[in-house]
Design a binder for this molecule. Structure first.
Ligand code: PLP
Length: 310
């Protein structure tokens, strides 16, 4: 994993956890004290929220993806006399399919001499030219101090998580991170499968057709659904939420789609804000274009049945 992110200086190291949830539970408490600050995006994943709860650092929150608000919160942390200021963001926000503006975030982080933490669970293995994630998408891999991610999504879909960053930070985690110290590590079979998945992503001959298929599928779904009149959220990502608003409508639509062989999940409050219920569609490189077309046809049929589109 260290090599995958680039280790030209030889100072990168990586620590494995049983899951990314554990990596997020272990990272903040280990590295930050009550004299420090954690400045967290309002839409960060639940495991980051729990990790922050376990840590004694002062807490600041900025509006989702809002770099101006982030700067304001960094100023507040500075005024409060916090020593280390760690900014924490998802690379991709999983309920919206929205990519965090990491380039602008890096600029602000560096201006305030802060530390940047990115949870890249929804980007590792496929986002960026060679699948190295949100850091590669924005060309800022070397400006991110810590990346946590999962082996359980694009890299094989089993389980496992990790933190990668400077070896001194990783060494501190090895010595103090509770989910690492007090829990069993990954099963060797899972590690073997994840290594094989990384090899597939690392090799242009296997990576290119997979990424072409993924982004071709995502474009087909997005284009046809938009043309049919559905409201979609997100951009440049394979998570494509179909926005419906009403919670009952979202679950009714998901049920009707399942009856037509399309397995999608309706999300409503408290997983997403009130009146922002949606069906989160996740497009995969394992889908064929025919399957994507079948899914869109089913959406159109059910959308008409429920008067979502005309
Ligand atoms: N971080 C984000 C952004 C996620 O979406 C998830 C999984 O849903 C996790 C962390 C947790 O990953 P894992 O399943 O490896 O615990």
């Amino acid at each position: 994993i260290s090599d995958f992110y680039g280790n030209a200086s030889g100072t990168r190291d990586t620590i494995l956890y049983a899951s990314c949830f554990d990596a997020n539970a272990g990272v903040f408490e280990s590295l930050l004290t009550e004299n420090d600050a954690i400045i967290s995006d309002a839409l960060n994943h639940a495991s980051i929220i729990d990790g922050v709860r376990l840590c004694k650092a002062k807490r600041f929150r900025y509006a989702n993806g809002d770099v101006k608000d982030l700067e304001l919160q960094l100023q507040k942390a500075e005024e409060a006399g916090c020593k280390v200021k760690m900014v924490a963001t998802d690379g991709v926000f999983s309920m919206d399919g929205v990519i965090a503006p990491l380039r602008e975030i890096c600029d602000v982080v560096e201006k305030y001499n802060a530390v940047l933490f990115v949870d890249d669970a929804h980007a590792t293995g496929f986002l960026g030219k060679t699948g190295r994630g949100t850091g590669e998408y924005w060309d800022v891999i070397d400006r991110i101090h810590l990346v946590n991610s999962t082996l359980g999504k694009a890299l094989g879909g089993a389980s496992g998580g990790y933190t990668t960053g400077h070896e001194l930070l990783v060494s501190a985690l090895r010595n103090t991170s509770r989910p690492y110290l007090f829990s069993n590590t990954l099963a060797p079979s899972v590690v073997g499968a994840a290594k094989a998945a990384i090899d597939l992503v690392d090799n242009p001959a296997t990576r290119t057709p997979l990424l072409d298929q993924l982004w071709g599928n995502a474009k087909l779904f997005r284009d046809r659904m938009s043309a049919a009149g559905f409201t979609l959220a997100g951009k440049d990502h394979a998570i494509i939420p179909v926005m419906l608003g009403d919670a009952r409508l979202a679950s009714d639509m998901a049920d009707r789609l399942l009856k037509r062989g399309i397995y999608v999940i309706g999300f409503s409050y408290p997983v997403v804000p009130k009146d922002k219920a949606r069906i989160r569609v996740q497009i995969s490189a394992a889908h064929s274009l025919d399957q994507v077309n079948r899914a869109v046809d089913a959406f159109i049929e059910v959308g008409k049945e429920l008067s979502i589109i005309s």
